[in-house]
Ligand binder design. Structure first.
Ligand code: ATP
Ligand code: MG
Length: 558
């Protein structure tokens, strides 16, 4: 078995599906759906749901629908629809035929509502919102029956028709199912099925001024589409009796609803409503800000679809709520980037190094292997000259005993080039090192080293006259608290990390001059970086995707 391969045994949903396949419950079909509401961009929690739904269909040779739950026109937008389609595709999944919309079924849903009324299972309630919630009461005691509950079928049909025609003001009437006002399950206490909303809808225009509630539209849409296993998150467990009641009462095809735990990530918030606030209040630069836990943010940051899919596999499918360490996501990202990115040199905190015995004006092309873990990755050359940039942190005037980088009188290898010995350095009036001097050993060239010298440290560099000056955006956690949402007395906004973005100038090797947005590299000894779409002809912009190691856990002493 390949190292790090994700171990798989059947999860509880797969067990249900395999049982259903054995008993031929759905004629051997597996048909799932991913049903986002287009009221924001997708986040990593949605990514998990996408991987589960599409993954199950792939595994059992089934199908998956992408269905937009567009039943609330006041919060929804086509911008979100487009971003969601892009994100699902980017993750590597294909939905069945065209995407679906709950609004495609508005006519059918209306007819089903009429059927419920005719069969005595629904009524128009003229009570106000407040009255309705008051009468619902508390789970431990039966609720109160609405005074409108026993309206005649004829009156209900007439009122519902007039609601549809726009004869009534918003909030003056609703259609409710007539189920059980004493049920301990509050969702069964005559839930609202339709409300009046005088809103224009992106797809149905002004055709409707009544819109179905999520619970009513959702289960029936599943039924209409012939979905077999309708997977949702645990908070919908209490909605399941209603889900089943609706399809049963209407005598239409019945899918089963299965609930799994939602993904919760440490240091991360994952609610579209809360993410929208970060965008609207400019705490971040848009939904695709690389610090956002959105799929578009992670794409821009340099995360790969494979890394996210592997992460979802590692998290697995469970019935119990848990918090996943965000370090697991970063681990999956490193693991994939390690396989696919070329190793290049970039100096993020430069200090000048002069090789005093190297001829002025001379340039040598040094050979560099692109990716040591990819035998087919090939190689490239990079120019070497008398004046180089190295990392400021790779030099110390008074090093501790086990410091194997550069210090006066000490030797290091310049990666892919020569062994050098530090002879001198220059400081400015503040004590800051401004220049380091060294001599090189001409017999120590990488690959043809006959010097017999042994050195412990290897450092990266770029040739000053050839280097490309770039902008690098360094990221830290967006939130400083492990559970930004878990405080009674404080809002998540209060835990925003003021230093989550740091912009620096850096120098990278000239082979990167032609890099394009989305290209990913490993800056040796530093981390993984990718080219941001903000890059221009004049200046490349790199996003730090993830550091080579988990610095955060180290900082926390974990
Ligand atoms: P949010 O609260 O972030 O707005 P939502 O559940 O309201 O999320 P929807 O657009 O309704 O968002 O969700 C589409 C699908 O994604 C649903 O099936 C939902 O259960 C699933 N989903 C949303 N968040 C998570 C999560 N954190 N983990 C797993 N699945 C999720
Ligand atoms: Mg929602």
């Amino acid at each position: 078995m390949e190292k790090n391969e994700v171990l798989e045994s059947l999860n509880f949903i797969e067990e249900i599906i395999e049982d259903d396949l054995k008993t031929d419950k759905y004629d051997g079909r597996v048909y799932t759906r991913f049903p986002p509401e287009p009221n924001g961009y997708l986040h990593i929690g949605h990514a998990k749901s996408i991987c589960v739904n599409f993954g199950l269909a792939q595994k059992y040779k089934g199908k998956t629908n992408l269905r937009f739950d567009d039943t609330n026109p006041t919060k929804e937008d086509v911008e979100y629809v487009e971003s969601i389609k892009k994100d699902v595709e980017w993750l590597g999944f294909e939905w069945e035929e065209e995407e679906r919309y709950a609004s495609d079924y508005f006519d059918q849903l209306y007819d089903y509502a009429v059927q419920l009324i005719k069969e005595g299972h629904a009524y128009i309630d003229d009570s106000s919102q407040e009255e309705i919630s008051r009468m619902k009461g508390v789970p431990t005691e039966p609720g109160e029956l609405s005074p409108y509950r026993d309206r005649s079928v004829e009156e209900n049909l007439d009122l519902f028709e007039r609601m549809r025609k726009g004869e009534f003001e918003e909030g003056t009437r609703v259609l409710r199912a007539k189920i059980d006002m004493s049920s301990p399950n509050m969702h069964m206490r005559d839930p609202i099925l339709y409300r009046i909303l005088n809103s224009h809808h992106d797809r149905t225009g002004d055709k409707w001024c009544i819109y179905p509630m999520y619970d009513f539209a959702h289960g029936i849409s599943d039924s209409i589409e012939g979905i077999t296993h309708s997977i949702c998150t645990l908070e919908f467990e209490v909605h399941r009796p209603l889900y089943e009641w609706l399809n049963k009462t209407l005598r239409i095809y019945e899918p089963i609803q299965i609930e799994m735990a939602r993904l919760n990530l440490s240091y991360t918030i994952m609610s579209k409503r809360r993410l929208l606030r970060l965008v609207e209040e400019n705490h971040v630069n848009g939904w695709d800000d690389p610090r956002m836990p959105t799929i578009s943010g992670m794409r821009r940051r340099g995360y790969t679809p494979a890394a996210i899919r592997n992460f979802a596999k590692r998290v697995g499918v469970a019935r119990r709520e848990a918090v996943t360490d965000v370090a697991l996501l970063e681990f999956s990202v490193r693991e994939d980037l390690n396989k696919i990115t070329p190793r290049v040199m970039g100096v993020l905190d430069p200090v000048k190094l002069v090789i005093t015995n190297y001829p002025e004006g001379q340039v040598e092309e040094m050979t560099a292997i692109n990716n040591p873990s990819d035998p087919e990755g090939g190689s490239r050359t990079m120019p070497f000259s008398r004046e180089l940039y190295i990392e400021r942190g790779d030099f110390m005037e008074d090093p501790p005993r086990k410091y194997f980088r550069l210090s006066p009188g000490k030797m290091v290898r310049l990666k892919n080039a020569y062994i050098i010995e530090c002879t001198d350095f220059v400081k400015d009036e503040t004590g800051k090192v401004t220049e380091i001097h060294a001599t090189y050993n001409p017999d120590s060239k990488s690959g043809e080293d006959t010097s017999g010298l042994k050195v412990k440290g290897t450092i990266h560099w770029v040739s000053i006259p050839h280097a490309e000056k770039v902008e690098v955006r360094l990221y830290d956690r967006l939130f400083l608290d492990e559970f930004p949402n878990g405080h009674k007395d404080k809002e998540y906004i209060e835990f925003l990390n003021p230093d989550s973005l740091k912009v620096i100038e850096a120098y990278v090797e000239p082979s990167l001059k032609t890099a394009k947005a989305g290209d990913k590299v490993q800056f040796m000894r530093k981390g993984y970086y990718c080219v941001d779409p903000d890059s221009t002809e004049e200046k490349l912009v790199f996003n730090q995707t993830v550091t080579l190691r988990d610095n955060w856990s180290k900082k926390q002493g974990k």
